[in-house]
Structures are given as structure tokens and as C-alpha cells.
Design a protein around this ligand. Sequence first.
Ligand code: HEM
Length: 482
Amino acid sequence: MWPGRVWLDPGGPAAYIPGMNRQSPTLDSPLPVRVALATQPLGILASARAARRNVVELIPEIATHAPMLSGTTGKRWHMLMSPEALRHVLRDRVEDYPKSMVTKLILGSAISKSLFVLDGAEWRWQRRAAAPVFGHRNIAAMAPIMVGAAERSALRIGQAADTGGQRAFDAFDEMVAATFEVIADVTLSGGAGFDRHKVHQAIEAYIAQTARVSLLDVVGAPAWVPRPGRLFSAGPMRAVQQLADDIIADRRRQGALPVPDLLDLLIAGEDPQTGRRMTPDELRDNLLTFIVAGHETTALTLSWALYLMAFAPEIQDAAAEEARALQDRPATMADLPGLPLIRRIVDEALRLYPPAAFLARTAQVQDRILGREIRPGDTVILPIYALHRHKKLWDDPDAFDPDRFRRPPERFAYLPFGDGPRICIGAAFALQEAVLILATLLARFRFAAVPGRDPKPVMILTLRPQGGVWLTATRRRGGKIP
Ligand code: HEM
């Protein structure tokens, strides 16, 4: 996507934003794994090849210095790294910058009626109807389910630990299993006869085959041009949709559970302004969105956090000390305020490896951003990965330093969940789950990396650790390694 024609504007918004121009101290310590960003312009074919390999490789290295880049690769595009410009697109002019065509192409066939892909009035009423589902009290009530999944994960990791650290395990696989249990329990609990494993596999197959940005997407071909990968995966996804339909119909017949789960809350949800409720199709697409958006992203956050813990053993030990009370008992909501370092580790993992590393919008109207002309149809890219490693926004951007979050980051410089009216509806749910699971695991085990098996960050819909996060675990007793 770094094109035949790039026009940078180094002299443009020269002042950038006052106070952002911090000097980076040089650190001698090694850096955790990162993506080698493009240092040379890529043509259309090279862009398409890079996009199939790893979308993040399309981000030019200069995006970590500049406030904005623009160019054409089949279509006109702009990359925004200035918090001021991001605020404009995500908050102030959200109606003029709906979700991009690419987003709709990738997700549209599976969840076309969900609030994740809808725009305008259709999105607005669904968001109003769904917002209370993720209210503080409802999420807090789901903590025991999260802790239960953390405990079962600790049991599985314990089996690897009991080999005396001889048996390595893939923390990404393990975290996907744990977070899938959570999301299945809070969306599909009580669903008779559904096979968790089957649902999980179908969703994985859909992501693996469809999410790769194809050449057709890069050159901006219209949605009706068939994409081979997507047709291929239509089968498994249809099976999951059928299953979700059955589960919703069952639940409607049986009525809500004693402690309502996400599905009950969604079924009961209505737009407070119009009283409108979701149709079965809308319920299904939103349910599937919660399942897809809600488990893999959190699993990634946890896997990258565990990778970072093995990378920085002293920080891991400090975090384990913080979580010490949880060695012999399950975590509860009341423990959360006592885990500030673990929360900062989660925040820093989300900065270095934002699962949604790349967001996109399509401009609807003529506009100007940082003095540059935006035309209707232009693609506006929000490269969160580059924003989080921007040299003018962060000290030592590539270094792992959870303490940087002792102070809140500058608004619109840190966007793991997006911002503005379309900010992730599940952010509080995900953060609570990540802190509870990480604290449970760190209290019980000391994790170490398997030499020579560092993961590679690769974006396939989300920023994944290619090759897995291979770790060994040893049990902690009384805060000490036995
Ligand atoms: C660490 C975990 C998560 C991350 C990093 C994440 C990230 C994001 C981001 C960046 C967006 C905004 C996309 C955009 O503006 O284009 C988003 C939206 C959304 N997320 Fe999450 N998410 C996470 C967890 C969850 C969970 C747990 C759920 C639900 C159970 C969820 C459901 C949604 C939905 C429905 C939207 C669309 C909101 C709207 O457009 O109104 N996410 N997420």
C-alpha cells in the first residue's frame, strides 16, 4: 500500500502537537519482537504480496515519524498518525468516515447485520440497544466465569509445569482455549447440544481463509467481484450461523437464565429512543460478533503479555509478587484494584501488539485533514501499530516498559480499542478478563521463553504471534521458584 506515488508532507503540519517531541533516551536492553516496517515504496503487486503475508508490513517505517502519509495504490489513501487527525475521524466527524469498504468486504458476508460493520442510523440504534449489555454491573457479574476459565487454564499449564519445565506449551493456543471458554459461557451457556470445539474450528477456518487482504481489496475492486478465499470458507461459516440461530431460538423458547448472560441481555435489549429490538438475524450477527471479536483479541492480549513476561523476568517477578494472594485461592473482582502493575502490563502489551493493528474508514465527503485534501471515496487508514510506536508520541517506543502507564497516555495516541462513539463496546469486559487471567497464572507459575522460538507478529485480521508463543512454566511456591 505504500504506492507508486507517495506525497509526504514533512513541511505541512510542522508543529505537529506541542509537547509530543520528547527525546528518547537510548536503552541498552534488547527489544521485544517487532515487525520490520517497509523502508521502500511498494508497487501494487508488491503491496498485494505483502498484504497476504502480513498487512502490517504495508506500513512504511516513516509512519512512526510523520503525522500523516498519503498516496495511491489503485485508490487514494491516507494514513493518520497525528492524535489531532485521529480525533477528527474517530470522534468529531464519525458520520463522514464510516467503516471502510475493506472492513465490509472481509466481515460483511459473515456478520452483515452486526453493529461492528453497520454505519449511520442502523449502527446508532443497535449501539444504543447493546450498550447496557456491557454495563459495569453486568460485566462484574461475569467475573466468576472468567476466573473459572483461568483456574482451568492453570490446571492445564500445571501439567506442563510438572514435567519440570521439560514440556513447552504454546501460550497462544492455551489462551485461545481459555478465552473461548469465557465467551462461550457468557454467550452460549445453557445451549443444549452445541459443540464448542466445532464452533471454534468453523470460526478459525473463516478467519484463516477470508481475512487475508486480497489483491482485489488493495486495488479497490467492488464487493461483488468474487474473492476465491471467501467463497471457500462460506460453508463452515454457514454452519456456525445455523448453530447460532438454533441457540437463539432455544433461548427464546426457554426464557432467560437465572443470571442473565450476554445473549439474554442482548435479546432483552431495546433502543431506549425508539423501543426497537433486534430481529433474529440481527441477534445472530451480533452474537457471532461478540464471539469472534471477544475471544481472539483477548487471547492475543494475554499471549503477548505472557511473551513479554518471559522476555522481562524481573517485571514478571514483580507482577507475581503483586498477585501473590491469589496463589492459593481464586481471584475475585475485589482483587482488581490491588493489581495495578498487572493492569499496566496488559496496557503495555496492547500498546506494543495491538490486536487491531490497522483500522480503516472510507471518506464520504470532501474534507481537509492537517491541510491535505480528502476526497469522497478515499481510504483513511488508522495504523494503530505505527501510532503506538510513534517516535514523537512515546519515549523508547519499541521498549517494553509497563511503568509508562503510571501516567495516562495522551488521548488519541493510544487506541487499542479505537475511540469516539465506535470505541470497542467490549473494552471493559476484555480488560477485566485479561487482568483476572494473567494475575491467576502469574501467581502460580514462572514462565520462561523457549530459546530460538520467538513469535513473529503477523497481522491476519488481528496481530497474531506467528509460530506461537512457546513457553515453559515452573510452579511458584510462597513467591519463590522451588
Ligand atoms: C483486547 C480485546 C479487544 C480489542 C483489542 C478490541 C478492539 C476493538 C477495536 C479497535 C474496535 C474498533 C474498531 C473500529 O473502530 O474500526 C472494536 C470494536 C468492537 N468490539 Fe472490540 N476489542 C476487544 C474485545 C472485545 C470484546 C470482548 C467484545 C465483545 C464481547 C468486543 C466487541 C466489539 C464490538 C461489537 C465492536 C464494534 C463497536 C461499534 O462499532 O459500535 N470487543 N474492538
